[in-house]
Design a protein around this ligand. Structure first.
Ligand code: SDX
Length: 427
């Protein structure tokens, strides 16, 4: 195979070295293109553009393969979320001592500063919890201004513990704010998922007993959402972090990007759409027809993916979790039946088949959260809690790379040519 590609234009020749990844993916190295030729490439949406060399997550979209640091996602389903978080952030599965130390360091930082409580009361009770989570994550940095230097490894380490520890508390308190219940403090003897469920659903008036099946399902859902290479929100974390901003502000930007309905906000959209279908006497075909209609902006939420042109391996596992948990918690869920019918109709429709549109990570996850009693606006928040270690790992990989430069894409200008200013009274 060639180790370089030659581009010839108007007598100018540019030799682009070929970079080969550890899984055989090949990329044209165009870092000198503009310097040598004056040309830029044009790739809106970056579908053909590699923004980084990364050792964290590998996806083969055609084959439906997802690996964290080389481990297939299917083999990590029995791990703990903090163990997978450690793997993503540090590159290796932790020993039992390393995991215990990581868990302990996180556990010791789960409390929010008491002077942060009024922060939650300042929001309207119907505030979207992703707005609160993104704002609170940035606001957390104001308490640690002496310890968030991105170039100081000790500051980065303590920031990682603080974010991993405090975001579940922020998420649960935003829910308590919305229902007017007292905030529940974290409890150090509970596991990561149990602690979040306790802060979400416990009340001071009586002891809270966590359903272990629910905690186990939530732990697995967090693992399945933990990283996904250079998706929209991770690229946002890298973009913002490349300005040499601290980890809190970079993660806050990622949360905001994830909120969008084309990205992590889709899990909320899926259940809202399933409700609409159910209210229309389960007229699945009508909604599939709308999704195919080029004049209708409606797209089937939870379907399609920029990279996967096969079944999203996470969706396959999440569907199995839904099969197991939804039935136990709420019995026969009509929305789960609608979802399976919708999947069947879409997967047998030429429009979806030709475009290789399959269920993605968001298609079934919301049904599980809903069966746990988690309200729809909190679904993207659960996605963010899962994706947090991936964002941290990607930010850390970028920050530690000595070749990292500030991300600053170019453009193709198509606006007005030179013209002189006209004073207002002459226009
Ligand atoms: C996530 O990148 C990641 O890794 C993301 C993620 C992660 O873990 O970080 O996997 C998480 O964000 C999953 C995606 C969640 N979003 C949704 O489920 C929203 C619905 N899906 C679509 O909006 C869409 O599929 C995207 C945004 C996910 C992908 O968009 P692309 O890659 O830009 O695809 P496209 O818009 O170019 O679509 C190609 C064609 C178009 O039709 P034509 O122009 O060829 O006629 O497929 C159509 C689209 O109209 N299409 C859909 C569709 N998705 C694509 N048509 C109907 N319903 C859909 N869901």
């Amino acid at each position: 195979m060639s180790d370089r590609a030659t581009i010839e234009l108007d007598g100018v020749t540019f030799d682009a070295p070929v970079i080969v990844g550890s899984e055989g993916e090949r990329a044209l190295d165009i870092r000198r293109l503009r310097l040598d030729t004056g040309l830029v490439t044009y790739d809106p949406g970056y579908g053909n553009t590699g923004s980084a060399q990364s050792a964290i997550t590998f996806i083969d979209g055609e084959a439906g393969v997802l690996r964290y640091r080389g481990y297939p996602i299917e083999e990590l389903t029995d791990a703990s979320f903090l163990g997978v978080s450690y793997l993503l952030i540090h590159g290796e599965l932790p020993t039992s001592e390393e995991l215990e130390r990581f868990r302990r360091n996180i556990t010791l930082h789960t409390l929010l500063r008491e002077d942060m409580r009024p922060f939650f009361d300042a929001f309207p009770t119907d505030a979207h919890p992703m707005a609160i989570l993104a704002s609170a994550t940035n606001a957390l940095s104001t308490f640690y201004q002496d310890h968030y230097d991105p170039s100081d490894p000790d500051d980065v380490e303590i920031s990682i513990y603080r974010l991993m520890a405090k975001l579940p508390t922020v998420a649960a308190w935003s829910y308590k704010r919305s229902i007017g219940q007292p905030y529940i403090y974290p409890s150090n003897e509970l596991g990561y998922a149990e602690n979040f469920l306790s802060m979400m659903f416990a009340v001071p008036a009586e002891p809270y007993v966590c359903d272990q099946d629910v905690a186990d399902a939530l732990e697995l859902l967090l693992i399945l959402h933990a990283d996904h290479e250079q998706n929209c929100s991770t690229s946002t974390v890298r973009m913002v972090g490349s300005s040499h901003l601290n980890l809190f502000g970079s993660i806050s930007a990622g949360i905001t990007a994830l909120w969008g309905p084309r990205h992590g906000g889709a899990n909320q959209d899926v259940v809202q759409t399933l409700m609409q279908i159910h209210e229309s006497d389960d007229d699945v075909k009508a909604f599939v027809a709308r999704a195919k209609d080029p004049k209708d902006p409606f797209r089937l939420p939870g379907f399609g993916h920029r990279v996967y042109k096969n079944y999203d391996p996470r969706a396959r596992i999440i569907k199995e979790i839904a099969d197991r948990v939804v039935g136990k918690l709420v019995g026969a869920d009509p929305l789960f039946e609608v979802a399976q019918r919708l999947e069947e109709v879409a997967l047998n429709d030429d429009f979806f088949v030709e475009r290789k549109l399959y269920p993605n990570v968001d298609f079934y996850s919301g049904l599980i959260y809903r069966s746990m009693g988690i309200p729809l606006p909190m679904f993207p928040v659960l996605f963010a809690l899962g994706r947090l270690p991936g964002w941290i790992a990607q930010w850390k990989e970028m920050t530690e790379d000595p070749h990292t430069r500030i991300n600053r894409p170019r453009q193709v200008y198509v606006g007005a040519g030179y013209r002189t200013f006209v004073p207002t009274d002459e226009r």
